[in-house]
Design a protein around this ligand. Structure first.
Ligand code: NAG
Ligand code: NAG
Ligand code: NAG
Ligand code: NAG
Length: 401
């Protein structure tokens, strides 16, 4: 009976999923949800997806503004500016009240989330913390000549050395922060950015298929693009795209984008299957994620792909490069199952897609060997979902050869 081993495999995979999904163990939204006074700040952390970024990190300090102090930012500025301003309030070090008062020589510069975004010129992503006379602690931009316009008021919550949440009385404003022009989503040249990022093949496919129009019309409501590099299209196991019907090619290209803004922090904290532009029914054409250290790995059910570089992260659009072409099971393989298929079968299973999608017709591509097992991202634990998926891919390859 294969029932028991299958069950324990499923249990094993689930236990790994649990480990993968509780990175930092804290939830800033929940921490702040008890205080109506932080409702605006909390709402902006969610809107900008900074909450996910905060939850995916440890050893951090979040400087929180009450609704009164938040009004200096909220409403008057585009979301991109608010996001930068709030990123400057996320310190990449752990400061509780005691540590604030024990800063050596009474003053220090600390790096913030803003510095990691690549949007902060020079040292504008650093914050100056100074222990002032009379027990007051001041915060200001690290830019020379900046004043310490913001002061510590009280502690909100500490989970020692993971996250400290402190209230300050005013935003920290670095030079140019509030006057930065909002990138207009309509002005983002997706194909231009993709070409520069080494994804020329993908950009050309988007243009020749017309799918670029679908991407562009999704931008306003949020768009995340996973662009395979030119190398990815040349890799072994990539199906011959010229054998795809037009409808299949469209589905494949739509599969490489999400209809929501999901920056890296959100991918890291993601749970469950994410819908793509190709999704045409519950659970169809979805992508799942896992993390390995700071890396995010996408899983299609056919094979994994590492999220390589961030080409653009400008609310509401994010563009990433990925190492492999994302092959949906609806076009290229068996339906995903929670455990690797235990028995080798001798004939390829027809795609189970029940949609008007072209996958109804047995696709010639189903016979193409999926990505080889050596695609496992470096450092991924042998028993990770990625590894399980690889063995599934290996089985699928066995089926079709
Ligand atoms: C702190 O974060 C680590 C992961 O980096 C986690 O294992 C630990 O449980 C967290 N501590 C608390 C008190 O939540
Ligand atoms: C964090 O807490 C909020 C509110 O309690 C909840 O809606 C959200 O799903 C939580 N996020 C995670 C990643 O658990
Ligand atoms: C922080 O700012 C204060 C006041 O401008 C300044 O005196 C101090 O040198 C700064 N600290 C650092 C580490 O640059
Ligand atoms: C986008 O960039 C490409 C490549 O740099 C260029 O050929 C094209 O004209 C640009 N499109 C727009 C609308 O600016």
């Amino acid at each position: 009976m294969a029932a028991l081993p299958t069950f324990s495999l499923i249990a094993l995979i689930f236990s790994f999923l649990v480990v993968f999904s509780t990175v930092g163990g804290h939830n800033i939204t929940e921490i702040l949800s008890g205080s109506p006074d932080y409702s605006q700040f909390n709402s902006y952390l969610t809107q900008t997806r900074l909450a996910d970024e905060i939850n995916s990190r440890t050893t951090i300090t979040v400087l929180v503004l009450s609704n009164g102090a938040m009004s200096a930012l909220a409403g008057k500025h585009p979301l991109s500016v608010v996001k930068n301003a709030l990123s400057l309030l996320v310190l990449l070090d752990y400061y509780d009240t005691q540590k604030l008062h024990q800063i050596s020589k009474g003053t220090t510069l600390t790096t913030t989330l803003y510095q990691t975004t690549g949007n902060a010129p020079g040292n504008l992503g650093f914050v100056n913390i100074t222990d002032l006379k009379g027990g007051k602690v001041g915060f200001g931009s690290a830019a020379s000549g900046s004043k310490l316009d913001s002061s510590y008021t009280k502690s909100i919550k500490q989970i020692p050395y993971n996250i400290s949440v402190l209230e300050i009385d005013a935003p920290i404003i670095s030079p140019g922060l509030l006057t930065a022009p909002a990138p207009s989503a309509a002005e983002v040249n997706i194909t231009g950015l993709l070409e520069k990022a080494g994804c020329k093949t993908f950009a050309n496919l988007l243009v020749t298929s017309g799918v670029i129009k679908t991407y562009e019309s999704a931008v306003d409501k949020g768009l995340t693009v996973f662009a395979p590099s030119d190398e990815a299209f040349k890799a072994d196991g990539v199906p011959d795209l010229s054998k795809l019907t037009q409808a299949e090619l469209v589905s494949l290209l739509e599969y490489h984008a999400l209809t929501e803004y999901k920056p890296k922090g959100s991918l890291k904290t993601n749970k469950g299957s994410i819908s793509t532009l190709a999704t045409n029914g519950a659970g169809k054409f979805g992508i799942t994620t896992s993390t390995s250290g700071d890396e995010v790995v996408l899983h299609t059910g056919v094979g994994p792909s590492r999220v390589a570089d961030t080409v653009l992260d400008a609310t509401p659009i994010a563009i990433f490069t990925v190492d492999n072409v994302l092959l949906p099971t609806e076009l290229f393989g068996k339906s995903p199952s929670p455990a690797p298929a235990p028995e080798p079968v001798s004939a390829p299973t027809p795609s189970p897609a029940k949609s008007p999608s072209p996958a109804e017709a047995p696709s010639p591509l189903a016979a193409s060997p999926p990505a080889p097992p050596m695609d496992t991202p470096e450092g991924a634990p042998a028993d990770s979902p990625a590894a399980a998926e690889n063995s599934k891919a290996g089985n699928a390859a066995g089926l079709s050869l």
